[in-house]
Design a protein around this ligand. Structure first.
Ligand code: ADP
Ligand code: K
Length: 449
């Protein structure tokens, strides 16, 4: 079933013309309303009166995450605050950094593209969907929610976590669909097996998974464990939220359709910023074509992937491959975006620790874990008579102040970043430096990649 066959099967020349018209409109709209883009257009020599559309788009520089931070909170909005119907933040950012807004019309489009996505995933009106995406400032929960309602599904808004409750509802309410981050779907599958719940005891048929990278191996595991067909949903807050692209249930493994009538994709070289040939890997860049509260042009997602037309008979829209990595040091931990510099910001406000730290991500079972190794400030170690020692569990036992430091640091991380991390305190020079005295701040030891 196609939710919007007219659009999803629109012949490419017609789709291109539609994108072109919409882009021209978006440029004129931004030019009239948003100083940030007025400046960017002036720098690029773009004048709405002569702008030809898609062919002129590459003249414009990229919009980056730092532009959101610099214009915090509402500097990129194109409508008065009173016309903003909802605000969200990108996951992993508490308050500052990435705020996004939607008009009532934007929310309709959000629901439309999620409804399209769920239909492509195999969902049909009348089915029940257990939504294990997090509800709140994060776009995932509510984004899926309203799209599911628009498609005519019954939504069970359980949100993330509490595995006991998830498993109970799967057995009692018997939903056909689960939406979750892939690693959490793995947890549910493992828990079912551990508790001896047969896949037949639940009624799942479909899993719609996204918000973090995943692999074919994970797909196989989830499909076998939950007795489902599992498809990929992709998105990001700066452009909208989940529902920017979606895999078709009958075309699993061939890429996810990008809803090109609303989001114009480009893939560019990570170093030069130049567009690459169709199918080549590079950084994914999006321009919104219809947004009103916060239209964004040429947003540098940092996600590495490729886009290509595979001439499927089902839809005309372009497909994107799985996300292969990041062009920056962002980590995605249990679906939550996390930059190691967020730890650095906390450290720079704590006198008792040194600037030498390292973030180590591992995957235990199917869930990501993060440890922060940090060297204690030399002054504090001197005070304790430990300046030359490698810190051990015994030292922590002897010195209450070290235990307190460990606890308060972990709490600051949890409060500011929203993720629980284990903190390990080290002595001076205990972290390995490379030749220039430099330390690699991030070690991603997770298998996936
Ligand atoms: P979301 O709620 O869709 O995760 P965020 O703005 O919190 O939105 O995070 C967006 C980022 O999450 C993307 O830029 C990408 O790195 C990652 N992401 C989202 N969906 C997927 C997916 N299906 N596969 C891989 N990475 C994804
Ligand atoms: K994410």
């Amino acid at each position: 079933m196609l939710f919007n066959p007219e659009i999803e099967q629109m012949p490419l020349p017609q789709l291109r013309a539609l994108q072109n018209d919409r882009l021209k409109e978006q440029v004129a709209y931004l030019h009239a309303r948003v100083p940030f883009y007025q400046r960017k257009f002036a720098e690029a020599g773009i004048d709405p009166a002569t702008f030809r559309g898609l062919e002129d788009l590459t003249k414009l520089g990229f919009t980056k995450k730092t532009d959101f931070r610099d214009n915090y909170p509402f500097g990129l909005f194109a409508v008065p605050e009173a016309e903003v119907a909802r605000l969200h933040c990108s996951s992993g950012t508490t308050g500052k950094a990435t705020v996004v807004g939607y008009t009532a019309g934007d929310l309709d489009i959000f629901a439309e593209v999620v409804a399209r996505s769920l239909a492509a995933a195999g969902c049909r009106p009348g089915m029940k969907l257990q939504n294990a995406y997090g509800y709140g400032l994060f776009t995932g929960g509510l984004g899926i929610h309203y799209g599911a309602e628009k498609l005519g599904l019954t939504v069970i808004p359980v949100s993330g976590g509490s595995t006991d409750r998830q498993l109970q509802l799967l057995q009692d309410f018997r939903p056909e669909i689960i939406c979750a981050i892939p690693s959490y779907a793995q947890v549910l599958a493992e828990e079912m097996q551990r508790r001896g719940i047969a896949p037949e005891a639940i009624n799942l048929q479909l899993a719609v998974l996204g918000a973090e990278p995943w692999t074919e191996a994970i797909r196989q595991q989830v499909q076998a464990g939950l007795h489902v067909a599992a498809t990929n949903i992709y998105g990001l807050s700066e452009i909208l939220g989940p529902g920017i692209s979606q895999e078709d249930v009958d075309e699993r493994g061939t890429g996810s359709y990008v809803w090109e009538d609303h989001f114009y994709p480009e893939v560019v070289d990570r170093l030069t910023g130049e567009p690459v040939a169709e199918g080549e890997l590079g950084v994914l860049v999006f321009s919104t074509l219809t947004k009103k509260a916060m239209p964004i042009l040429r947003y540098w997602t940092g996600d590495i992937t490729n886009i290509y037309y595979d001439h499927s008979v089902k839809r005309t829209h372009v497909k994107m491959g799985p996300i292969r990595g990041r062009a920056d040091d962002m980590l995605i931990i249990r679906g939550v975006n996390f930059f190691p510099t967020q730890v650095e910001d906390i450290i720079s406000n704590m006198a008792q620790v040194s600037p030498y730290y390292q973030v180590v991500a591992t995957r235990r079972g199917s869930l990501d874990e993060v440890e922060v190794n940090v060297e204690v400030a030399e002054s504090l170690l001197r005070e304790l008579g430990l300046a030359t020692a490698a810190l051990t569990a015994e030292h922590l036992q002897q010195h209450e102040c070290l235990r307190q430091l460990q606890g308060s640091f972990a709490k600051k991380i949890k409060d500011n970043i929203g993720l629980s991390m284990r903190v390990n305190l080290l002595g001076c020079g205990q972290l390995p430096r490379s030749e220039g005295g430099k330390l690699s701040r991030v070690k991603d030891l997770r298998e996936l990649k």
